[in-house]
Design a binder for this molecule. Structure first.
Ligand SMILES: [Zn+2]
Length: 279
């Protein structure tokens, strides 16, 4: 499942290809993904120039020229791919792929949205209302932006009965820390993921905030490295180019101490930690 680093990689990869280009046509193979697609609102973006591509949590925001500026919101769901392909000269348009649900034609760039399981989404808003959009308004802080630090974690963790990992994964407080990254960040910060968040010290909160940023940044760097091997934003190489220290390593030796990695299941999701060096 694409997590924040993958979406950030897609965002950075798509930007130089699409910003400054005019949307020529939009085609839909179906009019719904996870939810119905607002076809008319998306069609109304045709003829406008893409002025910015950004990311909020795991949503890609494609902004177009106009007043107020329309914005297409894309989510990759479980299996979505936002593929940007150069189209050379007068070459015939490539065939539709299996599981390709819509395409955005930018002249010499073609965006294909491919999503076998169809948990992805395409929605429309505009720059004046994007902050109130139902999927965006309740989102927590961005871990890679100013405003996320140890003091913030310390403040939100006070009187919290939830454990550390659950707090890190609570999207209303903080976005983008998925199951893998939560365990990895806790290992890096030497904090046990199943401890009560309310008992974290200020220093531990500082370590955790730094660890969250480091883990996400490393994953983005890995994705970005693989991305350069591709023309456009394609496929999932890089998505697993992470150096995982504890995740899915139950029973293996910790790479920092001689401890043996443990695993537990909370609410159906696996948590990993090293009892030797995480307290
Ligand atoms: Zn260890």
């Amino acid at each position: 499942m694409p997590e924040l680093p993958e979406v950030e990689t897609v965002c950075r990869g798509a930007r130089p290809h699409l910003v400054g280009r005019r949307l020529r046509t939009v085609e839909f193979a179906r009019q719904d993904l996870r939810w119905p697609i607002p076809v008319q609102a998306i069609q109304a973006m045709v003829g406008r120039t893409c002025t910015a591509i950004s990311r909020r949590s795991k949503y890609l925001l494609l902004q177009f020229s106009g007043q107020p500026a329309p914005i297409a919101i894309v989510h990759l769901g479980m299996t979505g791919r936002f593929l940007v392909e150069p189209i050379g000269g007068r070459a015939a348009r490539p065939d539709w792929r299996l599981h390709e649900h819509f395409r955005l034609d930018f002249g010499d760039r073609l965006v294909r949205f491919v999503d076998p399981r169809r948990f992805g989404m395409l929605d429309a808003t505009d720059a004046a209302h994007v902050g109130e959009h139902k999927l965006l308004r309740g989102l927590g802080r961005e871990p890679l932006e100013p405003g996320f630090d140890g003091e913030f974690l310390f403040a939100i963790s006070r009187r919290k009965k939830a454990n550390v990992k659950a707090m890190l994964m609570d999207g209303r407080l903080l976005v983008g820390v998925g199951n893998i990254y939560a365990s990895e960040a806790c290992w890096r910060a030497r904090v046990r993921p199943r401890r009560a968040a309310g008992r974290l010290t200020r220093a531990e909160c500082g370590e955790l905030a730094a660890a969250v940023r480091a883990v996400l940044s490393a994953a983005i760097a890995a994705g970005g490295t693989s991305f350069r091997d591709y023309v456009g934003v394609d496929e999932d190489a890089g998505f697993f180019a992470r150096e995982l220290q504890v995740y899915e390593r139950a029973g293996a030796k910790c790479r920092r101490c001689s401890g043996v990695i443990r695993q537990a299941t909370d609410n159906g999701r696996s948590t990993y930690w090293c009892p030797g060096c995480q307290s």
